[in-house]
Design a protein around this ligand. Structure first.
Ligand SMILES: NC(=O)c1ccc[n+]([C@@H]2O[C@H](COP(=O)([O-])OP(=O)(O)OC[C@H]3O[C@@H](n4cnc5c(N)ncnc54)[C@H](OP(=O)(O)O)[C@@H]3O)[C@@H](O)[C@H]2O)c1
Length: 314
C-alpha cells in the first residue's frame, strides 16, 4: 500500500514542485500517495490539483484542521510562511512547531522541513532582524529533538524573485540603461534555485533515500552567482542594457517604500549578512555542490530559467 505524503504549500513554489516531481517520478509515484494541503479546497488554484491528487483542507493557524489533514500520513513536507507582523518570529516558529507536533501525534514517520540558515548565529549575533531565517532555524532545532525521522531543505534565493519587480524594481537611466540598485557589492554571491522547477529534485532525493538524508540539512541551489553575473544574465536575456549598482544602505532604504517594516528590515539585513557571512555560512560552497550533485535530476541554471521565464523590462 502506498504511503501518504502530505505536502504543505501545495499551491505555492516549493510544495507544487514537490507534488509535480513525485507525480512524474516512476518510483516515488508508486511509493507515495500525495495529499495536497491548502487553506481553501475550493479556490481556483486547486482546481487542476484536484484532478491529480487528494486535496485536503489544512490551515496552520487552525489546529483541528491540521489534526484531520495529518491523519494517516506517513511523510510530511512541511513549510511555513512568515506573517508580515512584528511578532513574526514567534508566529512562524509556532506554525512549524505545530505541524511537527501534530505529525508526531498522528504517527507520521518522516518529516522534511523547509528550513533556512540561522542568520543570527552565523553572524555571531550581529544581524538580528532576519526573522524568517531564524524562526525556521529554530523550528529545525526543535524537530531534531522529536521522535521522528527528519531532514531539512534549506533553499537558496528563488530565481522566481527576479521575475517579481513589485519592490526594488529597476530604474531607467537617461541613456536607457535599466539600473538595479542594491546595498551589496557586485561581487556578493547568492545561491540560486529554480524553486518551482527544482525544489522537487532535492526533495525527491530526500524521499527516495531517507537514511542517507537523516538529520541532514540540504543547501539547495544550482550554484552561487555574483550580483553582477545575475544582472548580466538578465541583460542578455532581455536584450536591454542592464546594470547593477551598489548603493548606500540609506539609498537602498528609499527603494523599500511601501514594504512592511518587518520585510524592509529583512531585506536590509539579509543581503548584508549574506554578503558578510555567506548565505549558508562558511561551508556554503561545498554544501551546495554536494546537494546539487545528489539532487534527483538536472538543475536549471539561471540562464535556463530566464529562457523559460522571460523578464520584460519597461
Ligand atoms: N523567495 C525566496 O528567495 C526564498 C528563499 C528561501 C526560502 N523562502 C521561504 O519560502 C517560504 C515561501 O514558500 P513558497 O514561495 O514556496 O510559498 P508561496 O509560493 O509564497 O505560497 C505560500 C504557500 O503557503 C500556503 N499557506 C500560507 N498560509 C498558510 C496557512 N496558514 N496554512 C497552510 N498553508 C498556508 C499557501 O497555501 P494556500 O494558499 O493554498 O492555503 C501556499 O501554498 C517563505 O517562508 C520564505 O521565507 C523564500
Amino acid at each position: 500500500m502506498s504511503k501518504i505524503l502530505a505536502v504543505f504549500g501545495a499551491t505555492g513554489h516549493q510544495g507544487s514542485s514537490v507534488i509535480n516531481y513525485v507525480l512524474n517520478d516512476p518510483e516515488l509515484s508508486k511509493e507515495f500517495k500525495l495529499r495536497a494541503i491548502t487553506r481553501d479546497v475550493n479556490s481556483p488554484k486547486v482546481k487542476e490539483l484536484k484532478e491529480k491528487v487528494e486535496v485536503v483542507r489544512g490551515d496552520v493557524l487552525d489546529r483541528a484542521s491540521l489534526e484531520t489533514a495529518l491523519t494517516g500520513v506517513h511523510t510530511v513536507f512541511s513549510m511555513t510562511v512568515p506573517p508580515p507582523t512584528s511578532d513574526s518570529y514567534e508566529a512562524e516558529y509556532n506554525m512549524g512547531k505545530d505541524i511537527a507536533d501534530i505529525s508526531v501525534e498522528k504517527g507520521a514517520k518522516y518529516i522534511i522541513f523547509s528550513t533556512l540558515p540561522p542568520a543570527k548565529k552565523l553572524s555571531g549575533g550581529k544581524y538580528t532582524k532576519i526573522t524568517p531565517f531564524d524562526a525556521k532555524a529554530a523550528v529545525e532545532e526543535y524537530i531534531r529533538g522529536l521522535p521522528i525521522q527528519s531532514s531539512f531543505l534549506s533553499a537558496g534565493t528563488f530565481m522566481e524573485n527576479f521575475l517579481e519587480q513589485t519592490y526594488m524594481g529597476p530604474k531607467q537611466d537617461a541613456d536607457g540603461t535599466w539600473v538595479f540598485a542594491r546595498q551589496i557589492s557586485p561581487k556578493a554571491q547568492l545561491p540560486l534555485i529554480d524553486a518551482v522547477g527544482d525544489t522537487g529534485k532535492f526533495v525527491g532525493a530526500m524521499l527516495a533515500e531517507p537514511e542517507k538524508y537523516e538529520g541532514r540539512t540540504v543547501s539547495a541551489a544550482t550554484r552561487f552567482y555574483s550580483m553582477e553575473e545575475i544582472y548580466a544574465a538578465i541583460g542578455k536575456s532581455t536584450g536591454k542594457k542592464v546594470a547593477y549598482k551598489q548603493v548606500s544602505v540609506e539609498e537602498f532604504k528609499k527603494e523599500l517604500v511601501g514594504v512592511p517594516t518587518m520585510m524592509a528590515d529583512f531585506f536590509i539585513d539579509a543581503f548584508r549578512c549574506q554578503e558578510e557571512f555567506g548565505y549558508f555560512g562558511p561551508n556554503g560552497e561545498a554544501e551546495v555542490k554536494w546537494a546539487a550533485e545528489n539532487a534527483r535530476g538536472k538543475l536549471a541554471t539561471f540562464e535556463d530559467f530566464l529562457e523559460r521565464h522571460p523578464i520584460t523590462l519597461g
